[in-house]
Design a protein around this ligand. Structure first.
Ligand code: HAM
Length: 413
C-alpha cells in the first residue's frame, strides 16, 4: 500500500450500481413481481449470455444504440464482441435457431441485464435490468392487447393506481404515411422518425431547425388514430384497462418495429423517462435468413420502476433473509448455540450465530443494525431447561419457549 497512485477507487464504474443487501432486497422484490405476473400470463423464462457477436446488432436494430451506445471489444481471437444493449435480437436469434422445434404461439420472458453507453442521469444508467415479455406467432391484435395487459398488471401488482401511469400507443405505419406527405423526399422518413422520437427531449427551436432541413411544411401531428390503434384501445377497454392514449408522436428508437408501438409513462413529472416500451416486430427473424414470424413484446426497466416506487412510497420495507440472530450468552455457550442453530435450520429458519466476544447488549445491537427481527439467547440455564428466550427486536416482546415453539413462533404460525 505504499504507492498511493496504484490504489483502486472504491467507487463502482460510472453508470453502474453496486447492490448492497438493502438494494438487493429491492431488486429481488422488483424481479419477483415481474416474474409472478409474467408467469400468471403463461410466459416461461429463458436466458442467454450477455456476450453477443457484434454483427448481431449491425442490421435492423437502432442506429443510435449501435453506433453510439454499445460496449464493443475485440476478444483474444480477434472476434468483435458486444455486451447486449437489449434482449430482442438475442431472443430473435434463439428463436430463429430452433424455430422448427418450438411450439407457436410462444410466450417467453426474461429479466436480463443490458448495457448502454449513455450519459448517466435520473432514470438512465449504463447497466440496467429489463423484464422482457414477448409473444411469437400471433398476427392479430390479440398479441398487442395481451402484451399491454401484462405490462399493465405488472404495474398493478406493484401497487400503482391507474392515474399513476399512462399507456401511450401509436401506429408507426400511420405516422409514416402522414410524415412522408410532408417531407421533401420520402427517403427522409427515417430521419424524420428519429427526429420526432427525440422531439420531447429538444427545445422547440432545436426541433424546428432540424425539421426545416427535411420539410417545408410546419410541423404538426394532428391525426386521428387508425382502425388498428382503435381496436387495440377497445380490446384493452374490454379488459378494464382505460389509462390508454393515442400518442401520434410516439415513434420508439428501434428500426425493427413495424406498426403498433407503445410506451408507459410515469405521470409524476419528476420521472420523465418511460417505464417500459415495446411494439410489433414481425420481420426481425429475416436478418437470420428466416421467414418472418409475428412478434410483439416489451421491455420494462428496473431503474425507472424503482424511481416510480420510491416517488409513490410503494417500496416494501426492508426485511433481511435472516430470521434469527442466535446469541450465546458467553463464549462457552457457543457449542450449544450451534446445535440449536442446526435444529432451527433443518426446520426452515434462517439463522446467523453470533461469533463475537461482545457483551450481550452489544450483540443485540448488532442484530438490530442488520434489521434482523428475532434474537434468540442460549445460556447455561436455557440449555438446562430446554427453553430459550426469544426477543422480537421490533416490538421488544420476549417469550421463553422450547425450540419447536421457537420455530412456530418465528414462522408466524
Ligand atoms: P427500450 O425502450 O430501449 O426497449 O427499453 C425498454 C425500457 O428499458 C425503457 O422503457 C426503460 O424503462 C428501460 N431503459 C432503457 N434504457 C435504459 C437505461 N439506459 N437506463 C435505465 N433504464 C433503461 C427495448 O430495449 C426493446 N428491446 C424492448 C422490446 C422487447 N421490444 C420488443 N420486445
Amino acid at each position: 500500500m505504499s504507492d498511493k497512485k496504484n490504489i483502486p477507487s472504491t467507487e463502482s464504474y460510472k453508470g453502474v450500481r453496486d447492490f448492497y443487501p438493502k438494494d438487493m432486497f429491492v431488486q429481488n422484490y422488483i424481479f419477483s413481481v415481474m416474474r409472478t405476473v409474467a408467469e400468471r400470463y403463461g410466459y416461461v423464462e429463458y436466458g442467454a449470455s450477455i456476450l453477443e457477436p457484434a454483427e448481431l446488432y449491425r442490421s435492423k436494430t437502432s442506429e443510435e444504440i449501435v453506433s453510439e451506445q454499445t460496449y464493443t471489444f475485440t476478444d483474444r481471437g480477434e472476434r468483435e464482441v458486444t455486451l447486449r444493449p437489449e434482449m430482442t435480437p438475442t431472443l430473435a436469434r434463439m428463436i430463429a435457431a430452433k424455430r422448427r422445434e418450438l411450439a407457436f404461439p410462444l410466450r417467453w420472458y426474461s429479466i436480463p441485464n443490458v448495457f448502454r453507453y449513455e450519459r448517466p442521469q435520473r432514470g438512465r444508467l449504463r447497466e440496467h435490468w429489463q423484464l422482457n415479455a414477448d409473444i411469437f406467432g400471433v398476427a392479430s391484435i390479440e398479441s398487442e392487447v395481451e402484451i399491454i395487459s401484462l405490462a399493465y398488471h405488472v404495474m398493478k401488482k406493484f401497487g400503482a393506481k391507474d392515474e399513476d401511469f399512462e399507456i401511450r400507443i401509436n401506429s408507426r405505419k400511420l405516422a409514416q404515411a402522414y410524415l412522408e406527405e410532408k417531407l421533401f423526399d420520402r427517403a427522409h422518413y427515417p430521419t424524420a422518425a428519429r427526429l420526432v422520437d427525440r422531439k420531447e427531449k429538444m427545445t422547440p427551436k432545436e426541433f424546428e431547425e432540424e425539421w426545416q432541413k427535411i420539410s417545408s411544411h410546419s410541423f404538426d401531428m394532428n391525426i386521428a388514430p387508425n382502425e388498428l390503434v382503435n381496436d387495440v384501445i377497445k380490446g384493452l377497454a374490454t379488459r378494464d384497462i382505460k389509462n390508454v392514449t393515442f400518442y401520434p408522436t410516439l415513434m420508439r428508437g428501434f428500426d425493427y418495429y413495424i406498426d403498433v408501438v407503445f410506451e408507459v409513462f410515469d405521470t409524476n413529472p419528476k420521472n420523465n423517462r418511460s417505464l417500459f416500451g415495446g411494439g410489433r416486430y414481425d420481420n426481425l427473424l429475416e436478418i437470420f435468413g428466416e421467414d418472418s414470424i409475428p412478434a410483439v413484446g416489451f421491455g420494462m426497466g428496473d431503474v425507472t420502476i424503482r424511481d416510480f416506487l420510491e416517488t409513490r412510497g410503494l417500496l416494501p420495507e426492508y426485511r433481511p433473509s435472516t430470521d434469527v440472530y442466535l446469541i450465546p450468552i458467553s463464549a462457552s455457550d457457543l457449542p450449544a448455540a450451534q446445535k440449536i442453530a442446526y435444529t432451527l435450520r433443518t426446520s426452515g429458519i434462517n439463522v446467523a450465530v453470533d461469533l463475537t466476544d461482545k457483551k450481550v447488549g452489544d450483540k443485540i445491537k448488532l442484530a438490530d443494525k442488520q434489521s434482523i427481527h428475532f434474537a434468540l439467547f442460549v445460556g447455561e440455564a436455557e440449555v438446562k431447561n430446554e427453553a430459550y428466550k426469544l426477543k422480537n427486536l421490533r416490538t421488544q416482546e420476549e417469550k421463553t419457549l422450547p425450540v419447536e415453539e421457537v420455530v412456530r413462533f418465528v414462522k408466524g404460525l
